[in-house]
Design a protein around this ligand. Structure first.
Ligand code: CO8
Length: 260
C-alpha cells in the first residue's frame, strides 16, 4: 500500500487494525481519508492471514466527526450529485465479507456515527458520544443515518437524535442496542482486539456466511430471511470446516477444531 497520511494500519495475529489518524480535524472523513480507509479494508479483505478487521479512531480525538465540513462546504448540489459524493464509503463496506468491529473511543458524529454503524459489532468507551448533528448544519445524514439508526435503536429515538441533533452517551447507546459493550477508555481497544482474535480463530467461510445471513435480516422479510438463512446453513455442510468442526466435537476425547 502507498504511504498513508490519514490512517494507521497494523496487524496483530489474524486481526487487521485500522486507526483513523487525522487528529487535527477529529478524523473527519476527507476524500483522502475515505480513499485510504477503503484501500486498507480491501487489502485486509484479500489477505487470507486476516480473519477480522478492527476500526478505531486515535486515542485522543475520538472516533470521527463526520463528513469533512470544509470539503462539503465547497460542493454544489450538481457536483455532489454527479460524483455521488461519499457514496463509495457504504459501497466499500458492503464489499467486505470479513467481520468488522468498530471501537468508538470518543465522539462519533454525523458521518462518524454512520461509519460506526457500517461496522458489524460496536464497542464504545465510557466517554463515547453518538450523534447525528447534520440538522444543525442545514443538512441531513447522508451515509445511512436515517436508515441504520432506526434499525439499531428504533424510530422514536432515531428521530429524536436526527431532528434535535442531540448526542447520546455510550451507556444510552448500549441500552438502546446500538453498542454491544461499553468499557473504560483505556481497556476498550484491548478488549475489542481480544474479541476480534477470538472471532478470527473460527472458520473464515463460516464467519462470512454468518455475517451475510445477519445482514440480510435487514433486507428481507422474515419468511425470505429464514429461507436465505436455511440455504446458507445447508451450504456450510459442504465445507471442510463443517466436517472438521463436527468431527472434533464428536472425537473421544473431544479436541479443538483445526480450521482449513
Ligand atoms: N470536518 C472538518 N473539520 C472538523 C470537523 C469536521 N466534521 N469537526 C471538527 N473539525 C475541525 C475544526 O474545524 C477545528 O479545526 P481548526 O483547528 O482548524 O479550526 C478542529 O477540528 C477542532 O475542532 P473544534 O475547535 O470545534 O474542537 P472542539 O473540541 O471544540 O469540538 C467537535 C469538537 C465536537 C467534534 C466539533 O468540532 C464539532 O461539532 N464538529 C462537527 C461535527 C459535525 O457536525 N459533524 C457532522 C458533519 S456533516 C456529516 O457528517 C454529514 C454526513 C454525510 C455522510 C458522510 C459519509 C462519509
Amino acid at each position: 500500500m502507498e504511504s498513508l497520511s490519514t490512517i494507521i494500519v497494523e496487524h496483530a495475529e489474524r486481526v487487521g487494525l485500522i486507526k483513523l489518524n487525522r487528529p487535527e480535524a477529529y478524523n473527519a472523513l476527507s476524500r483522502t481519508l475515505i480513499k485510504e480507509l477503503l484501500q486498507a479494508l480491501k487489502l485486509f479483505e484479500s489477505d487470507p492471514s486476516i480473519g477480522v478487521i478492527v476500526l478505531t479512531g486515535g486515542d485522543k480525538k475520538g472516533f470521527c466527526a463526520g463528513a469533512d465540513i470544509k470539503e462539503q462546504s465547497e460542493l454544489s448540489f450538481v457536483n455532489a450529485y454527479n460524483q455521488d459524493y461519499l457514496k463509495d464509503l457504504n459501497d466499500g463496506f458492503f464489499a467486505i465479507h470479513k467481520p468488522i468491529i468498530g471501537v468508538v473511543n470518543g465522539i462519533a458524529l454525523g458521518g462518524g456515527c454512520e461509519l460506526a454503524m457500517m461496522c458489524d459489532i460496536l464497542y464504545a468507551s465510557e466517554t463515547a458520544k453518538f450523534g447525528q448533528p447534520e440538522i444543525t448544519l442545514g443538512t441531513i445524514p447522508g451515509a445511512g443515518g436515517t436508515q441504520r439508526l432506526i434499525r439499531a435503536i428504533g424510530k422514536s429515538k432515531a428521530m429524536h437524535m436526527i431532528l434535535t441533533g442531540e448526542t447520546i452517551s455510550a451507556k444510552q447507546a448500549e441500552a438502546a442496542g446500538l453498542v454491544a459493550k461499553v468499557l473504560p477508555a483505556e481497556q476498550v481497544l484491548v478488549v475489542a482486539m481480544e474479541t476480534a482474535t477470538k472471532i478470527a480463530s473460527f472458520s473464515a467461510p463460516v464467519l462470512a456466511m454468518a455475517k451475510e445471513a445477519v445482514n440480510e435480516a435487514e433486507e428481507l422479510g422474515l419468511k425470505n430471511g429464514l429461507h436465505f438463512e436455511s440455504r446458507l446453513y445447508h451450504a456450510t455442510f459442504g465445507l471442510e470446516d463443517h466436517a472438521e468442526g463436527f468431527q472434533a466435537f464428536l472425537a473421544k476425547p473431544k479436541r479443538a477444531a483445526q480450521w482449513a
